[in-house]
Design a binder for this molecule. Structure first.
Ligand code: BMA
Length: 326
């Protein structure tokens, strides 16, 4: 017999949820989808906190063990109230992902406004002040994050434009982090699978000898609404648009009450994967758009799963349009 929680490769921390609105020192509605990083032995999560007014800001949580977090008294980044970003952030800033490239800490986040979601870039030296570098996409694109090193001399990002109503993961390249292009599709929803409706990048890819290992989120649409789960894909080191293997099963699915019930039910939304020296991987994720949680596994297990599965063929009989296919 496989117990309910053993269905998932990721093992949930028994102290989940790590952070809820009750832990935030200022008035808010909810906290979720925080970008995390480990720098000089300290775990930092840039939290997405949705205020009572309904839009999101970023707050800061720090910890020496990755489980017990201290949260700063006030938000560290709020929507711009002046300058070129003002009109693109009026509906909030969301879902930050942190990547350190060549010693600089970058944050790719979603800038929300009536124009729709756009990807924006900021840098920080201390997580208390942030320099905005502006929009790096037009509307209809989110789930952006930078790869941790240049590939073929260029910066690389994942993004998730929606075309023909279908959200797919793409890679896009840049010489200077400002002008982006040479975009290529990476993975699409798979008809008949747990990720049949939409996919988006979740965690900064991890470089391994066999390729870039990337944890992504996949959505299945049901009569009860969407279900967000996490999966894993392995991409070619030299050309990250080339899929070497993709797990056919999710590595985490909503099962616990804190993942099943919240502002948006049935959501696990990974936003950072931290690899420890011993090969343990800690995946920080938003649960039901209402809490921050963590679950762990090892690089060995992730690689074994993705290699075992390979790239499965899409199942027949889907009602999703099969055009355009890749
Ligand atoms: C996505 C994003 C996430 C959110 C998820 C589930 O589209 O907006 O921020 O966690 O939906 O609601």
């Amino acid at each position: 017999m496989v117990s309910l929680l053993e269905q998932d490769l990721l093992e949930r921390y028994e102290g989940n949820p790590l952070i809820t609105a009750a832990d935030i020192p200022f008035t808010c509605n909810t906290v979720f989808n925080g970008g995390a990083t480990k720098l000089n032995g300290q775990y930092t999560i840039l939290l997405r906190v949705e205020g009572q007014h309904g839009y999101s800001v970023f707050a800061l949580a720090r910890s020496s063990d990755g489980y017990d977090f201290e949260i700063e008294r006030l938000p560290v980044m709020t929507p711009a109230t002046e300058g070129p970003m003002e009109k693109y952030e009026v509906a909030g800033i969301e879902d930050p992902r942190i990547t350190v490239v060549d010693g600089t800490t970058y944050i790719v986040y979603t800038a929300f406004s009536g124009y729709g979601p756009c990807m924006a870039l900021a840098t920080t030296e201390d997580f208390s002040s942030f320099e905005r570098h502006g929009l790096i996409s037009e509307p209809g694109n989110k789930d952006g994050l930078l790869f941790p090193r240049k590939v073929g001399g260029r910066y690389v990002r994942f993004d998730r434009p929606i075309g023909n109503d279908i959200g797919r993961i793409w890679v896009t390249f840049s010489d200077d982090l400002r002008y982006w292009g040479d975009s290529r599709v990476v993975i699409s929803p798979r008809p008949g699978y747990w990720d049949s409706y939409r996919v988006g990048a979740s965690c900064v890819p991890i470089e391994t000898e066999s390729g870039w290992l990337a944890i992504y989120h996949g959505v299945k649409m049901t009569s009860g609404g969407p279900i967000y789960r996490a999966g894993v894909v392995l991409l070619d080191l030299q050309d990250p648009s080339v899929v070497i293997a993709r797990s056919s099963v999710p590595i985490l699915a909503p099962r616990m009450e804190y993942e099943r019930v919240g502002d948006v039910c049935n959501v696990v939304f990974p936003s950072a994967a931290i690899v420890e020296d011993d090969g343990q991987v800690r995946v920080y994720y938003g649960a039901a758009d209402t809490a921050i949680c963590v679950a762990t596994t090892t690089m060995e297990k992730l690689l074994a799963l993705v290699h075992k599965d390979g790239e499965p063929a899409p199942a027949p009989g889907s009602r999703r349009p099969s055009y355009p296919v890749d």
